[in-house]
Ligand binder design. Structure first.
Ligand SMILES: *Cc1c(COP(=O)(O)O)cnc(C)c1O
Length: 396
């Protein structure tokens, strides 16, 4: 009998089901925003990274439509070979202004920005030291680069220093990588300490502001600003697809860094330029982040309101369905469950109560949890709906 070289696929899928790690995509209807429609049911949306509600802002849509009218739908080639639009340059200038850097470069996604920047900055003679909880794209960038990669314990500057002291000498260049706001926990990296260690040990630092940009800092520049590190030498990476409500990614930093990436980042050189619509929408979003700080104020108000109510709910919860609040300093708030099955059951229970909250499980994270993300456009009633759903789950 001939062997089936693809037979392992079904076996692997069956193993995922048994471990409660199988994932599938749900279809949602209607405009992006604080509520979504699913099979005719309205759900309050706590599963989106659209922190400021910009993905449904008519001004972004108008900018995107105007750009399509002027330039068409596709960018039609890589920017080095086919040229780029003034829009691309305007967006890069606007990002550099928001970040307080000399220059910036936009990629087709945040994932590709990390792959391109890391692979350009380090290679086989070099060392990457990364936070153990770093986003998948930072880890993938390390693999693509060919550099030796070691993880330090999550948020642990002392462990990072031990690795630097023990290993730095044997490598040419060293790059420390970290999320600024950890995407599946919501806590912040100890950036001032990381930058001090980097200066001592002659290391570069790459900070992923995917969940920081537009959310943190008095100007909305990000967690680097919030942590008092604006202007210090580092490589900033981010996305246009979360608080900026569009699609794409970027790297911001010194003029030499950006010029070097244009010459050496394969995921920028060998891929088609960002579409005119996405570029124009992101440019409109950067301008709104600067012009409308009240969106950030509304978001942080929701964060403190939810935190206060949550502590009440968890205090009164029983022990058969325990939820544990993880340390968070951001609009990402996670409730750890006792198992992957419990995370799925809690998420289903909330869906029945009209609330959409994602269950995040290994291997994405070490322990299963409900991941709640807040938006500036959630109303008091939306938050009440979530609290009521969690309260009834805690009593099951
Ligand atoms: C979402 C995310 C990315 C990827 O950004 P995309 O633009 O969605 O590809 C990178 N890093 C972190 C920390 C993220 O959360």
């Amino acid at each position: 009998m001939a062997a089936d070289p693809y037979g392992w696929l079904d076996k692997s899928l069956a193993a995922l089901h048994r471990a409660h790690r199988y994932r599938s995509v749900q279809i949602i209807d209607g405009m992006a925003g604080p509520t979504v429609q699913r099979r005719g049911q309205t759900l309050v949306n706590f599963a989106s990274n659209d922190y400021l509600g910009l993905a449904s802002d008519p001004r972004l849509a108008e900018a995107a439509i105007a750009a399509i009218g002027t330039y068409g739908t596709g960018s039609s080639g890589s920017r080095l070979l086919s040229g780029h639009r003034e829009l691309h340059q305007e967006l890069e200038t606007a990002i550099a202004r928001l970040k307080g850097t000399e220059d910036a470069i936009v990629f087709s996604s945040g994932y590709l920005a990390n792959l391109g920047a890391i692979a350009a900055l380090v290679g086989t003679p070099d060392l990457i030291l990364g936070d153990a909880y770093n986003h998948s794209s930072l880890k993938a960038g390390g693999k693509v680069s060919g550099a030796t990669t070691l993880d330090y314990r999550h948020g642990d500057g002392a462990d990072l220093e031990t690795l630097l002291a023990n290993h730095r000498d044997r490598y040419r260049r060293c790059l420390i990588t970290t999320d600024s706001v950890f995407s599946m926990d919501g806590d912040l990296c100890p950036l001032p300490e990381i930058l001090d260690l980097a200066a001592t040990y002659d290391a570069m630092v790459l900070v992923d502001e995917a969940h920081g940009t537009g959310v943190f800092g008095s100007r909305g520049s990000g967690a680097i600003e919030h942590l008092g590190c604006a202007g210090r030498p580092l490589v900033t990476v981010g996305t246009l697809s979360k608080a900026l409500g569009s699609l794409g990614g970027y790297v911001a930093g010194s003029g030499s860094l950006i010029d070097f990436l244009r010459n050496r980042a394969p995921s920028w050189i060998y891929t088609t330029g960002l579409s005119p619509a996405d570029t124009a929408a992101a440019l409109a979003a950067v301008r709104l982040i600067e012009a409308e700080p009240q969106r950030r104020t509304a978001l942080w108000h929701n964060v403190s309101t939810l935190r206060q109510s949550l502590s009440q709910v968890l205090k009164n919860g029983n022990t058969t369905t325990p939820l544990r609040l993880l340390a968070s300093e951001s609009p990402i708030i996670c409730l750890e469950t006792s198992s992957a099955a419990a995370a799925i059951a809690a998420s289903r229970h909330l869906q029945d109560a009209g609330v959409w909250v994602a269950a995040v499980r290994p291997p994405t994270v070490p322990t299963s949890r409900l991941r709640i993300t807040l938006m500036a456009t959630h109303s008091r009633d939306h938050l009440t709906c979530l609290i009521n759903g969690l309260q009834s789950w805690c009593r099951t």
